[in-house]
Write a new protein. Structure first.
Length: 101
């Protein structure tokens, strides 16, 4: 745990918690409005959460070279997460375009 300072750990952990809360809020918003597109956005955020958890795990073990596979997992999940969130955002936008007269 010596790889990161305490304030840096605080930011990492707070960011993960914030992301989970954002996913929950978006999911709730979609359910409340009965708009499944928002629920898909919340699901599309999952790979980014996995990416963040992989980074935190790697740092927890002092950036061990034995766990460098976590860095690859993080990179892959970041690309996947960015892609899925872009598709979900497009899906929301597309739904709004169709609603307008």
């Amino acid at each position: 745990m010596h790889a990161l300072s305490l304030p840096t750990w605080w930011i990492h952990v707070a960011s993960v918690v914030e992301w989970i809360l954002a996913m929950w809020a978006i999911q709730s918003w979609g359910i409340q409005r009965r708009e499944r597109e928002w629920q898909w956005l919340a699901l599309a955020m999952l790979p980014a959460l996995i990416s963040a958890m992989a980074a935190c795990t790697w740092h927890l073990f002092d950036n061990s070279a034995a766990l460098k596979g976590l860095v690859v997992l993080q990179a892959g999940c970041t690309v996947l997460g960015n892609s899925t969130m872009a598709v979900a955002a497009w899906w929301i936008w597309r739904g709004r375009e169709q609603e307008q007269p």
